[in-house]
Design a protein around this ligand. Sequence first.
Ligand code: BG6
Length: 495
Amino acid sequence: MNKSDHPEPNIFVIFGGTGDLSWRKLMPALFDLSQDQNLPKQYAIIVVGRKAISIEQLISHLHQGVKKFSRQEQIKPADWKEFADHITYFKGDYEKSQTYTSLGKECEKLEKEWKVKARHIFYMATPPSMFGVIPKFISEAGLNKDRENVQIVVEKPIGYDLDSARKLNTELAENYDESQIFRIDHYLGKETVQNILAFRFANPIFEPIWNRHYIEYVTITAAESVGVEDRGGYYDHAGALRDMVQNHLLQLLCLVAMEPMVSFEADEIRNKKVDILHSIPPITKEQVPHSVVRGQYGPGKIDGKKVVGYREEEGVAPDSQTETFVALKVLVDNWRWQGVPFYLRTGKCLGDHLSEIQIQFRSVPHQSFPAESTLNWQSSRLIIAIQPKEGITLKIQAKNPGPKMHLRTVDMAFNYQDTFKTKSPEAYETLLWDIINKDATLFMRADQVEAAWQIVMPILDLWSAADFGDFPNYAAGTWGPEDANKILAQGQTWS
Ligand code: BG6
């Protein structure tokens, strides 16, 4: 990481900073950045929350989170103290203008001490209902006068559907320039996800075959072995399509399918991705039954332990119709990808925790080996493993040792851990670093978010109108409903 050796002084204001996101992700990432000297020399972290807690309680709570989730093997007390000295707590009501005037004074005080104008990064780590509210108050309190030096960071979900996403984007645009708004999709901060661009566009050998002539189909899987954990209340109103497909999975698809960028400018890359979203024809209501499968987990076993079904989870309605699994087939209607299906699937309480993209190449045009040589034949397949074992594997045919010409599949593999001998930075570390450096490449632009909603809306509309009544339809610990295989063409497989 060396975008700028001396980033400008920053004041991070984290609304909802006493919550889970801050505990698990933001503070560990900021701490890791501090340990690698990747924070500005002068910085402050103002945690804004509604809880009545002391700074000592907050620091001790955050310390636990950093110990648990930071990338550092050991956290020296002196390093923690040095970092923690930058944190202050500010109790305030998000819907009272006084909160913002006082915050403004706090920022002014810091700038006076530092004798320099700082950049203000306002991070919404709050429930989504506050995403439109807080930025408006910030602006009304005059904290957005110097637009060059103010950024706002909005977490997902960006809207609940297309209309609400448009509404939120419009509200934000009333007070902020698009260049000030950083909408997070944390998948884009993952090392392996960023590496898709390097793999495709830094190695000229793949580009000539990266199209419908050589690629038969693509699968994108984001499987989780955990259930909804303590987020039942949120999840039951979201479901897998909103929670994972509208954002993370469609973004992965964009990176696989986009045209080469002309430069590494944020908008150039985002334009190329939006082109892909615009090339995906919305799945019509008539197509939904053949192209989309939804599921909900019932009780089952994961890692030998019994787990309850989704409807028994806390915060979930006992007759919930929310999907915890979705598989769908989309097409990309452009010159490069005409007729190549992209299959996406994601789910909770599945048989394993893994996210990966598989590119299935077409078979050879003419089979010249005798039939007995090719009993175990599989066409070449490329696997981009995003997590937990980050790497890229090309499965190819090779001759089995021995006098006979027998072919079998072997791996040409690149594994992050073995190659780089270091832990990859967490997605949030990369994203925070980019925010500090005002690099919006990995963040969602308003039109991207809306284009992605447009793709999933017909499915959501159909599902909200029909009571499917067949849930639960897969046992926890399996790979989802059997029907997920039916959307694949004959001979095709998810992995
Ligand atoms: C979040 C979803 O965006 O991504 C969660 O809201 C999901 O439901 C999570 O568990 C998965 O992210 P990761 O990085 O653990 O694969």
